[in-house]
Design a protein around this ligand. Structure first.
Ligand code: CAA
Length: 257
């Protein structure tokens, strides 16, 4: 499959998707949406891929939804097209997704990064929800995922003022899992991805489903879901292999069975 606005390549169990519209600071237009979601779904279905990385370039992960594409649209057009609903496809990908963010992650760019399971940021990263400056508001999950990630006070601050925060503040706020020097971003992300790729896929998908359940259910239902998923692991070879390998003081070799 060939794409025009992204690059997709996979090796050693890691599928990497690079947004590639440098002239527009990787602004997310309909073509990026279609290509990125299709490529992520293709990696999800590819048995050779065990973890997915989404990244941009040094200057921008993505500076938002494409303002020029949206500027003249009417209410009827965006309502009937259910503008941005297509991004939900990315959140249905079952394999772990890491966002590797350098430079601008603004508006839809910040929201895309938050659709990943966690974010590794370069020390050059800048996050923000500046839609307020355009006379609109977040539309790809910013008011919901940002609030869940960093709480009401910071989410209101970012969405109402439109100010950008750097990588350090993003990490302090809980938006970002790790901050690394910009020139080590891809290597560090690949290292994290390679580690995840070696685990049992049954367990990594189980973790993803259980953590995400925390955002959708009550505590008691979430705990029950976690316990049942944990119990289900005892029906797998990988649980036997993982626990035996520990006792035998050797590396486990998981087979996703
Ligand atoms: N959409 C379309 N084009 C964009 C863009 C965007 N979101 N962001 C940047 N570009 C384009 C610029 O128009 C410019 O193109 P031209 O050279 O053809 O004029 C090119 O990318 C480079 O941008 P700048 O010259 O502006 O670069 P800069 O370094 O001076 O500024 C910036 C960088 C501060 C990020 C600035 O580009 C900017 O403010 N971008 C818009 C950020 C924004 O408002 N994002 C939210 C979009 S709305 C949204 O995302 C809704 C939602 O919830 C999903």
């Amino acid at each position: 499959m060939s794409y025009e606005t992204i690059l997709a390549e996979s090796s050693e169990g890691i599928g990497t998707l690079t947004i590639n519209r440098p002239g527009a600071l990787n602004a997310l237009n309909s073509q990026v949406l279609a290509e990125l979601t299709s490529a992520a779904e293709a990696f999800d279905a590819d048995p050779e891929v065990r973890v997915i990385v989404i990244t941009g370039n040094e200057k921008a992960f993505a500076a938002g939804a494409d303002i020029k594409e949206m500027a003249e649209k009417s209410y009827a057009e965006v309502y009937l097209a259910d503008w941005f609903a297509g991004w939900d496809r990315l959140t249905r990908v079952r394999k772990p997704i890491i966002a590797a963010v350098a430079g601008y992650a603004l508006g839809g760019g910040c929201e895309l990064a938050m659709m990943a399971d966690f974010i590794i940021a370069a020390d050059t990263a800048k996050f923000g929800q500046p839609e307020i400056n355009l006379g609109v508001m977040p539309g790809m999950g910013g008011s919901q995922r940002l609030t869940r990630a960093i709480g009401k006070a910071k989410a209101m601050d970012l969405c109402l003022t439109g100010r950008f925060i750097g990588a350090e503040e993003a990490e302090r706020s809980g938006l970002v899992a790790r901050v690394v020097p910009a020139d080590e971003l891809l290597a560090e992300t690949r290292k994290a991805a390679a580690g995840i790729a070696q685990k049992s896929l049954l367990a990594t998908i189980g973790v993803k489903e259980a953590v995400n359940a925390a955002f959708e259910t009550t505590l008691s239902q979430g705990l029950l879901f976690e316990r049942r998923t944990f119990h289900a692991a005892f029906g797998t070879q990988d649980q036997k292999e993982g626990m035996r390998a520990f006792s035998e003081k050797r590396e486990a070799k998981f087979t996703d069975s």
